[in-house]
Write a protein of this length. Structure first.
Lengths: 120, 527
């Protein structure tokens, strides 16, 4: 039976959803879409895991200064280099994922930076 | 005409000019060429009835001895029309390279080429209700649907036409067979033996058993086995009155080289943007109203360079409708805007909404902006050619069916070349998708090792049974010659995919019908 209390409850839920919606776009990046050419949030666990896996595979690259020279700081250049990696075969298989070496190095760079700053 | 042997007060000897065992795609395609032919009397033997029956289907039971495979009585059908009663309608011709001897593919090469079967394609298209002959994928581009721009040295697009609604030979051709005066189809006519002459050079009769135990003989000038890739070798192996190894099996080839098309979602994919927006990969309707599918295929050059078999990918998507979260669905139900409102439970919807406010919020945001809820998961489906392997085979086992025939065991085996093909083709796809900024591909664990015996549970075949009475000029490497005549026997032929020496990745039905029509023409010349 439809009571005032129940209608108010549903109404509040609906309004809360709409309010939540306006916040959601800022709090959640679209998880189905991946901006792998420029990994955004380095606090995303996937990128941390990827960076660590890369450093484990290639421990000789665990130097922030070295990786900084190999990975362009400019996102446009970095994105271009990522795509070039797939052309030239500079790909790495990590956990089964076939990835550009540049994007792996980018993730590794930020893992090293976080560790240096005590955040790793 | 169609006669049910179980209800027929039959004479014991049936005489004809041509006897075809099997009423599937191959058998009926041949029989149709003789309807109302002025000179020849043709008999078709079908072991089942007009409709499915468990009793008939039980004859097809067998055992899986190798890689896990679907039940042998599930993968094929034993009644009028055969396995066309459940096929999927996908049609594509074999590629030119599929016919070639390839140095990196042992036992590859057909004794005939594409030009030997191409003349029969128009008629095959008519039989299969496929319409025109244009297989160029560009016609999809013309419809405003884009395709990815792959490196043409590595990947290219190829087209399947779909028989849709899928043609069932029984539905389409039963009436014509009923009216035919020169073709007689016998139902419940169980072929139990192929009897050769004393010198073993000719077949003199087919032995038939009805379901009531009555025995008949069919005596013909020419004989065709069109029972399918599992049953063709079975009847040859069981016909042992003159040779203890079975008929046509002097070199122990019958039943060997069983091939399937290994299928499966063999990789995961992460997409950078919606792949289904403006791209022509899901099924679309071509310019003349025919449905088709575009696949992504490894080029001949890449096959040669990487020494792999033929391979294709098709892109599947989950419906965005199905991807709406429970919260969104509940909200839309409540507001009466859900297209497929399936639930009148008001309070259930409210509860779902409360439980999944996050999903509802995201969904509402996308809907408010007019975005389709993006697909949660995109799957890439692989269809691969299998390398011919003599150890992948159909054998007789000790169990006997009610007709007195030994059943078969299927020992399906794959090799390192098959795994190398799937892994390499997937890597090629991964690099191309990365190059174009489309996404990233993940290989599963089983593809990262070289163990030829490590295959996943999700590996399936396409119900394509090929190679078990393969075509070859040398009788040590094949059961039939280039005319599909059994080596050493003047008047026994085999029709169907069991004669394929290699299988490409294309679904076999179109080629089955083309070869059947070619055989029919040959038979008319020799009758």
């Amino acid at each position: 039976m439809l009571t005032r209390r129940r209608v108010l409850g549903v109404g509040a839920t609906v309004i809360a959803s709409w309010i939540w919606a306006s916040l959601a776009v800022r709090l959640w990046p679209a998880r189905n879409h991946v901006q792998l050419s420029d990994p955004g949030s380095t606090t995303d666990g996937r990128y941390v895991a990827l960076g660590r896996a890369y450093l484990q595979r290639y421990p000789d690259e665990a130097l922030q200064s070295r990786l900084s020279r190999l990975v362009p700081a400019d996102p446009v250049l970095r994105s271009r280099q990522v795509r070039d990696d797939f052309v030239t075969g500079q790909v790495v298989t990590l956990g089964g994922w076939i990835l550009s070496r540049t994007e792996c190095r980018f993730c590794a760079l930020h893992v090293l930076a976080d560790e240096r700053q005590g955040r790793g | 005409m169609i006669i049910n042997l179980d209800q027929w007060d039959s004479r014991e000897v049936i005489k004809c000019d041509l006897c075809i065992a099997g009423s599937g795609a191959a058998g009926l395609s041949i029989a149709l060429q003789f309807i109302d032919h002025p000179h020849y009397n043709v008999v078709v033997l079908e072991g089942g009835d007009r409709n499915f029956s468990a009793a008939s289907q039980e004859i097809y039971q067998g055992r899986n001895l190798g890689i896990d495979y679907v039940g042998l009585d599930v993968t094929r059908l034993r009644y009028l029309g055969g396995t066309t009663n459940h096929w999927g309608g996908w049609c594509r011709p074999l590629d030119s390279m599929d016919f070639d001897v390839r140095s990196w593919v042992p036992y590859s090469g057909w004794p005939i080429g594409p030009k030997d079967i191409a003349p029969f394609r128009p008629a095959a298209h008519q039989i299969l209700d496929l319409g025109g002959l244009d297989y160029a994928p560009e016609i999809y581009v013309a419809e405003g649907a884009g395709l990815f721009q792959f490196d043409p040295k590595l990947l290219e697009h190829k087209l399947w036409w779909l028989s849709k609604p899928v043609i069932r030979f029984k539905s389409k051709y039963q009436a014509a067979l009923e009216k035919a005066e020169t073709v007689t189809l016998y139902l419940n006519a169980n072929l139990t033996n192929v009897q050769p002459s004393h010198d073993g050079r000719r077949v003199v009769r087919f032995d038939v058993l009805t379901n009531h135990g009555k025995r008949l003989q069919v005596r013909s000038r020419q004989y065709v086995l069109a029972l399918g890739g599992l049953e063709n070798p079975r009847i040859l192996l069981n016909s042992r009155s003159r040779h203890h190894n079975g008929l046509g099996n002097q070199h122990d080839v019958v039943g060997r080289y069983f091939m399937e098309h290994p299928h499966g979602p063999f990789c995961e994919i992460l997409i950078e943007r919606d792949l289904d927006r403006g791209f022509g990969y899901p099924q679309r309707w071509g310019h003349d109203g025919r449905p088709g599918r575009v696949g992504i295929c490894v080029t001949e050059a890449a096959q040669r360079d990487f020494k792999i078999l033929n391979h294709s990918f098709t892109i599947l998507y989950l419906s965005t409708q199905r991807n709406k979260s429970k919260g969104v669905r509940a909200l839309l139900d409540l507001t009466g805007t859900m297209e497929d409102q399936h639930d009148d439970d008001f309070w259930k919807d409210v509860w779902e909404l409360i439980k999944d406010t996050e999903g509802a919020a995201k969904g509402v945001y996308n809907i408010a902006l007019g975005n389709e809820v993006p697909p949660q998961k995109t799957a890439i489906y692989s269809r691969s050619e299998q390398a011919p392997n003599p150890d992948s085979r159909v054998v007789l086992i000790d169990e006997v069916d009610r007709l007195g025939l030994r059943r078969i065991g299927l020992d399906w085996r794959l090799t390192e070349l098959d795994k190398h093909t799937i892994r390499t083709a997937t890597r090629i796809l991964a690099r191309e998708m990365g190059r174009q900024g489309l996404g990233r591909v993940k290989l599963p664990e089983w593809l990262l090792n070289d163990d030829p015996n490590d295959w996943p549970e999700e590996l399936v075949g396409g119900h394509h049974h090929m190679g078990t009475t393969r075509m070859a000029t040398d009788p040590r490497l094949g059961v039939v010659d280039k005319d599909c005549r059994v080596h050493g026997l003047e008047n026994l032929y085999i029709a169907g995919s069991s004669v394929f020496p290699t299988g490409g990745f294309a679904n076999p039905t179109l080629t089955i019908v083309e070869l059947a029509l070619r055989l029919a023409q040959h038979l008319k010349e020799y009758l």
